[in-house]
Design a protein around this ligand. Sequence first.
Ligand SMILES: C[S@@+](CC[C@H](N)C(=O)[O-])C[C@H]1O[C@@H](n2cnc3c(N)ncnc32)[C@H](O)[C@@H]1O
Length: 257
Amino acid sequence: MNEFFRFKYFLKYQWQAKTKYYLHSPFVYQFYLNVLEGKDDQQLKQIRNLRKVLAKDHTTIEIKELGTGKTSSKQISKLESEVAVREKYGALLYRLAQYFKVSSILEIGTSIGISSAYQALANNLAKVTSLEGAPDLIMLAKKNHSALNINNITINEGNFDLILPEYLKTQNTLGLVFFDGNHRKEATLNYFNQCLKKANDDSIFIFDDIYWSPEMFDAWQQIKAHPQITLTLDIFQFGICFFRKEKLAKEEFVLRY
Ligand SMILES: C[S@@+](CC[C@H](N)C(=O)[O-])C[C@H]1O[C@@H](n2cnc3c(N)ncnc32)[C@H](O)[C@@H]1O
């Protein structure tokens, strides 16, 4: 059912998506040039090489599901290919964090640490905090971060329901937030509403898999409509939200990537 839903909306996206030649907003035009079309640098090669190693590793990892307490297992190769952010979008996270010189990053959903690696390598002075509930995944994520010589990521362990409010209590404001944990409508809106309280003009919220299911699509519609958000960019895989106050009217763009 979700495949059909995604396919239908993917066709719609292909139809609507604009290239840089049709952008009237200078901010979005610069975003297109620097983030969507930005050049990849050598650091991304390091992650690519690590991913190649992980893709060949068929060791099984036990994952205790939160809530049900059930344990499932998955090979590292599958976690790399099916769960971690795809390379194209990881590179986008990297360029985005670099372009906006983000100094504080919160990620909801670490898994084996791939998307956090892209964001942390973008600026080694940025403080990255990633939240994850499965201890075995955290161990592997830490191993991956060490292999990349990354020292600016802290992984907080526990259920998002507990550790997200705890983390938010320690922050006055949020920089970049990457929502890639529980892809359910209620949970996504709940994390969004909690983070919203700490958003400022320069905050950037990125939601993964906005067309994953009708539920996620509904969540994205509600997020886009929120009055605090002044600009949204839809690149199909991600929905990106800005809070910049200088905008007079709310704007939404669907961008080809
Ligand atoms: C899609 S994966 C994250 C992928 C990662 N951002 C990447 O691209 O490399 C989502 C992760 O969120 C974790 N997760 C889901 N629901 C959770 C919850 N309620 N509390 C803590 N962790 C949770 C899962 O264990 C899983 O590892």
